[in-house]
Design a protein. Sequence first.
Lengths: 448, 502
Amino acid sequence: MSSPHPYIPATEADRARMLERIGVDDLDALFSDLPASFRDPAIDLPPALTEPELMALLANRAGQNASPSRPNFLGAGAYRRSVPSIVPYLVSRSEFSTAYTPYQPEISQGTLQSGFEFQSVVCELTGMDVANLGLYDVASATAEACLMAARATKRQAVCLLEPIHPGTAGVVKTYARGAGLRVDTAVSADEITDEHACLVVQQPDFLGTIVDLEPLADAAHETGALLAAVADPFALGMLKAPGDAGADIVTGEGRDLAGAPAFGGPSLGLFAAGLPYLRQMPGRIVGRTRELHPPDDGEPRTGYVLTLQAREQFIRRERATSNVSTAQALIALGFTIAVQALGPRGLRESAELCYQRAHDAARRIGALPGFAVPERGPWFQEFLVRGPMSAPELSAALSERGIAAGLDVTDRPEPEARDALLFCVTEATPDAHVEALIDALAAIGDGA
Amino acid sequence: MTAPGPGREDFGARLSVDRSVPGRRAVDVPTWRGAKTSLPDASLLRDSLALPEMSQGELVRYYTALSERNYGIDSGTYPLGSCTMKYNPKVNDLIASQPGFANAHPQAREEDAQGTLRTLLELRHGLAEVTGLAHVSLAPAAGAQGELAGVLMISSALEDRGELGQRRRILVPDSAHGTNPATAAMAGYTVTHLPTAENGSLDRATIEQELDETVAAVMVTVPNTLGLWEQGIEEVAGLIHDAGAYLYADGANLNAIMGRVRYGDLGFDVAHLNLHKSFSTPHGGGGPGAGPVCCTEELAPYLPTPVVEECDDGVVRLAAPERSIGRLQQFHGNVGVLLRAYAYLRALGLDGLCAVSGQAVLNANYLRTLLHGHYDLPYDRPVLHEVVFSGSRQRREHDVRTYDIAKRLIDHGFHPPTVYFPLIVPEALMIEPTETEPPEAIEALAQALNAIAEEAADDPDTLHGAPWSAPIGRLDETTAARRPVLRWQDVGVSEAVSRMSR
């Protein structure tokens, strides 16, 4: 007579009482609208596990991934960060984590006021006027930026400046197809024309190089296009805010400051823009307001609500600015707390520490016999490494030594990327890992 | 502005920047002691950054206080219709946060991520079994992105058939979630709305009338947003296929039918699921979610990239389907959410899934019975996972709107239901208790709602001003939209914040 599962409280006795109150004989009567010939199909699922069995199974599974303590020099869109300890602690408070979209602001001020903090932080980092509550990830945020630019300029093409993350370019192409937009890729801003709604530029670019956005913004604006910068928010602790360099839209990936990469997600697409585009923006936006009915002796207090919802799908339906409903609010909370914990000096110091450590590692690798670090200009945390053998061979040789090498970018069109791996060293890469890498490369170089 | 009295602290007016004291810090950054590299040219660097400066303890207190001004499923009953606010098992969070899973780099070699990939493969198989649609991509980040994937897959299939140019319409019932028409429009289609028949199902005659060679697809939510089964959907599927169109299932309400009937068996070509609803992953205040897309053999070549596949060598890999619509995210999907959903599926098994759908439906009907007579019920018949009442009577007789009823429910300690949706029910109160609420909680919710119905007659002003006991009173949403204040920089707090300078 017990309940069917720890997650389901009603017991057999409860169910009998409820059915009687409803006035039906059994549960089946409530499913009588379902077509009988399709009811209760054979479904092949493994048997249920108790909690200890489940934990044992999945601890074993987690152990089948490469050890988290293994030296890893992959970046290319996901970066190891020193996440302040208070971030996972606060984000796991279930008043935050188990709430829904804040449709009832009076009992959702935690989510909403945090959201206002988030929008403010994103505006400050990007140098933009308005930010939304976040989109799925940097790539879908950039795709939405392209759609917004097309709406704003009434143009039917967008221009992606290489080198851009192939994942970002891929998602832009997926979204562009539905909207009937042409996606061009360019190696120089000279290629932008008056057919383009926007020029999309990654900062730092896919191969790690810091981009001077100002001439690109000028080139875009000369043709009447917008500049959409895809910027790493951590690097913006040190780099010029894209808005100050002339960007009209800024997107970015906020996941890494909020927590671990988890094989790519959940992520956090930052989306900010200049004020003229506010009513064209996709996604949720929090606004500040006041109480309607303060008591006779009191001033109205300050509160936060979801606002400008006339843009959104649940009101505007097929005329909405996007179909997006989910805002990655919990990751946005973690991002906000991380940025605020670091503060203005900490964020700058972290970014510079990252820069120094990456450059130091690159310099040491470049000094090894048989190795070169081809540079394309000033760079932030990722660098190309060419070894005495092909890129896949070097990657395999490191893997044999228990080190995850940088991403193989040898297929890229840029000449510097030929035969190269894209390594990443950040402020959070352990010193011992860097030493192990250099020892391994030296040994590989000796053997080659 | 006069200072608020005791008990009326204006907490919302004191943001992080208002709490900032120059020189305080919450974390220290290690000092670099190695050789210094000169920084890039100053023209590339920022010269100011205005962020709050707070100590660690102050920051923790600020966000703890904020959390106390929030209501989650762990706080109490959260009967938000269509959103499936069920208990989120904590073991799932624990599992997903294990370092082996959490630290897996998305660019890692597949051989180095077999634990994650095998788990995703088994989730893929499980979802295929539950939906009866054998092919699955776990890539979509949320339901709406799963919808976009599904509709773009239909576009690709039509393109390969040479019919994309002519099939420019998607039919969507007037009871649909707003994401359905918004998705169809995003994918470049014109939306035709289908009226709901008197019994709460699709009107078959209208569908037959609309179906022609210009229709690409029909998007149907099953069960629908009235909490009702779409009667005769398996026959409608035949009509749609005969007309050369595809049938799309919005699986947001899968919770009601898990283990009992499957989209694929009924004739659906493609479906998305909301794992943050039916599979209990935490909603996080509005995200993250996950919206896998499941389809038939015919549409499988078009699935979004990547799909998880086991190769002949026993290694699980990420693959791009032959005619894929492409990528939806930079990487592979919201893997942390997918791991939680997998754990949920394994904790339940088939018997557990059936117990979930059975209890979800029983709870909704129990609530329907307890509220019956106190509120109008436009579609008065047994429901599945949720029930949609109307506050029309209260509006007409007492000038009390559903909005007021919802706000008053906050004073009774509950999160209000979904209101004003679906659009076809005036003054709608859309209530979904879910299977994880005990009968006592459903009785207490019904008691509160019924007391409010009486109060609407006796003391409507109390409802008009509600809530009275929330951390903050009813907020002015009109002014928020008319004169947007969207960041602290708009409030004039800059003197409280020290500006970092080089």
